[in-house]
Write a protein that binds this ligand. Structure first.
Ligand SMILES: Cc1cc2nc3c(=O)[nH]c(=O)nc-3n(C[C@H](O)[C@H](O)[C@H](O)COP(=O)(O)OP(=O)(O)OC[C@H]3O[C@@H](n4cnc5c(N)ncnc54)[C@H](O)[C@@H]3O)c2cc1C
Ligand code: SF4
Length: 605
């Protein structure tokens, strides 16, 4: 493993850089911390190779503790683990007075050493991670990009986000931001506004026109991959594959790319321009998009194999709406949230006077309710089984809906709908005292006897969940997980037909989730596909990423005293009457002051 020493890497032409997208006048050959520019392809290749080395190291350490450490170049650790086991066993064997409890204890200890050596070899060298980085499903280097924003280096900040997540504009606006929940600044009043800082970097970075590196996309004779579904997971996979030099074509049933980011999330939370910025950058890498093509009807596994594709990635999301058995058709005033939101987004829904009841407690329900308010509904009520605290929707979205005038009926089970002249007129409901789950995960509401009540309604929107429609898969297809987190699956077909490698990722395997989770799953799928298709390239990968290990000056001006900066918002009265974006971008001053509050917890001092 001598080639991994930084000086040897540099000598053989490899350099240390994660910010290879960035072109700064006069600094084209230098980035923030390293000696030069490195193509993103090398970084990703090394990521695949590193995972492979770690897997083999883990297996070798099962044969004998420390062996895997030697293999992966961690000699000192190898010596440590390799010597611990004989020491322990020596103690056990060097006793002439028979086996005692103490010897049994030592034997157990030997087993534990074996196991710990395996875990350590499999995990690789431990790097200091800030809590916000660990909590992020995409594992973005949050403190590093916050530091770049603080210094006004927005293109680099955006490049650092893009390294792990291509949807900086979306996740700067509508991410569940688990990073903020664990931010250490919670202990000093309030967390850093990480999401708002990301949005600031994304909006200004895109406006400045970040040039995407296309890797070696479209090499003649290189692998070709078809991605089915242009949502968060499919586009993220396409982005990563393009960085690796693969020729990618993305197919989607809708005419435009974006999936639920485009058609689900409401305009006032995520405007079309912001999506365009994220998507344009991915397509600029050389990714081809073919809209209006339904997989299973217009193209199939066999037709894609015949077109010369080496692999297919299924990323079709979970967009088939679940229906309440008692609900009627659209002519009777019943709509499912997803098709309602799609039509609103495409401006195909007429105004919506009267009383609207939305059934469900997730983000789709909240989006549908806030859209209904903007479309002129006299009264909007959200009814759901869960209590207000247990609703799956983001807490801040619930607050926004309340401030805009939506009413809530938590702990409510709909029993039946009452029709008048063939249209819905009301629904009958009961109070719920408890919600249980049966062994299959099905929801079982326990209602309070005698608590029936009626809710008047002219329109009912149901948002009770979605599932994946995988009816195009051949009978008997089986799935095998490709990663410990079960984010990517490889499909096996009975009889080995069709003759093309098929993978699945995103919401269609994990169920409805979030964009950052779907995107991470797509990135992981891309690395897995590339690993299978281009074994030699992965074997040749040489790269060491020590970007984060440089100590940097800490913030010195006592930011503990500062309060959390918040972006401006439209007032609820104004917001309710417009589809304009509710939350504004940070001003330059806010972004700088907020990023100065960050404690850079990833730096070991
Ligand atoms: C109303 C709503 C609001 C949401 N709000 C948020 C939010 O605020 N924050 C957040 O993080 N997440 C949110 N989500 C969840 C997020 O949008 C999804 O988790 C994410 O988009 C899933 O990505 P995906 O690629 O797996 O699937 P999708 O985004 O669903 O993309 C799947 C794509 O596959 C296409 N497709 C399906 N079948 C076929 C076929 N047979 N042939 C061709 N194409 C096909 C579809 O047209 C679609 O474009 C929301 C979801 C909804 C519905
Ligand atoms: S203070 Fe900064 S580095 Fe530390 S957890 Fe919060 S955002 Fe992350």
């Amino acid at each position: 493993m001598d080639f991994l020493r930084p000086d040897n890497l540099l000598r053989s032409g490899y350099k240390d850089c994660v910010l290879c997208d960035v072109l700064r006048p006069g600094e084209e050959e230098r980035c923030r911390d390293c000696s030069g520019r490195l193509d993103q392809r090398d970084r990703l290749l090394w990521e695949i190779r590193r995972e492979r080395i770690r897997k083999t190291a883990g297996l070798l350490s099962l044969v004998y503790p420390g062996l895997g450490h030697f293999y992966s170049g961690r000699i000192v650790y190898g010596v440590f683990w390799a010597s611990l086991l004989p020491l322990t066993l020596g103690l056990v064997l060097n006793v002439g007075s028979g086996i005692t409890f103490g010897h049994l204890f030592l034997l157990v200890e030997a087993g534990v050493i074996w196991w710990m050596a395996y875990v350590d070899a499999r995990r690789g060298p431990c790097e200091v991670e800030a809590p916000c980085e660990s909590a992020c499903p995409a594992n973005i280097r949050v403190p590093d990009y916050i530091a770049l924003v603080r210094e006004g280096r927005l293109l680099e900040a955006l490049a650092l986000v893009h390294d792990k997540l291509p949807f900086a504009a979306f996740c700067g606006r509508a991410c569940p931001h688990p990073c903020e929940q664990v931010c250490v600044r919670n202990e000093f009043g309030a967390p850093i506004s990480i999401m708002a800082i990301k949005r600031y970097a994304a909006d200004l970075g895109y406006a400045a026109g970040i040039p995407p590196s296309s890797g070696e996309s479209g090499q003649v004779g290189g692998p070709r991959v078809a991605v089915v579904g242009a949502g968060a997971s499919g586009l993220s996979a396409a982005d990563t594959l393009a960085r690796l030099g693969v020729l990618v074509t993305v197919f989607d049933g809708y005419a435009e790319p974006g999936g639920m980011m485009r058609y689900g999330a409401a305009e006032f939370r995520f405007p079309a321009d912001a999506l365009l910025a994220d998507v344009t950058r991915i397509l600029a890498r050389g990714v081809r998009f073919r809209g209006g093509i339904t997989f299973g009807k217009d193209v199939t596994f066999s037709s894609l194999a015949a077109e010369g594709y080496d692999a297919v990635l299924i990323a079709v999301g979970a967009r088939e709406a679940l229906r309440l058995p008692a609900a009627g058709g659209e002519d009777q005033g019943f709509h499912d949230a997803l098709s309602f939101l799609v039509r609103v987004r495409e401006h195909r829904f007429p105004r919506l006077p009267g009383r609207v009841v939305v059934i469900g407690g997730g983000n789709s329900a909240i989006d549908a309710a806030r859209c209904a308010l903007r479309m002129g509904a006299a009264e909007v009520t959200i009814a759901c089984l869960e209590s207000r605290e247990a609703m799956p929707a983001f807490a801040w979205e619930i607050e926004a809906a309340v401030s805009e005038g939506a009413k809530f009926l938590p702990g409510t089970a709909v029993i039946r709908f009452l029709l008048k002249d063939g249209k819905v007129a009301a629904l009958e409901a009961m109070k719920v005292e408890r919600v249980d789950l049966d062994p299959d995960g099905k929801v079982l509401p326990r209602t309070v006897p005698g608590s029936e009540f009626e809710v008047p309604a002219d329109t009912v929107v149901t948002a009770i969940g979605t599932r994946a429609d995988l009816s195009f898969l051949p009978e008997g297809a089986s799935w095998k997980s490709r990663d410990p987190e079960h984010r990517v699956f490889r499909l096996q077909f009975p009889g080995g037909e069709p003759r093309i490698a098929v993978y699945m990722c995103g919401d269609c395997v994990r169920g409805p989730g979030t964009v950052v989770e779907a995107s991470t799953s797509g990135r992981e799928a891309a690395l897995n596909i590339f690993e299978d298709l281009s074994v030699e390239d992965v074997e040749r990968a040489r790269y060491r990423d020590n970007y984060r290990r440089r100590p940097e000056p800490q913030v010195t001006d006592c930011p503990e005293g500062r309060v959390r900066r918040r972006a401006e918002r439209l007032s609820p009265e104004v917001a309710r009457g417009t589809f304009d974006e509710v939350e504004r971008r940070f001003t330059d001053r806010c972004a700088r002051e907020e990023s100065e509050r960050c404690a850079r917890c990833n730096l070991s001092l």
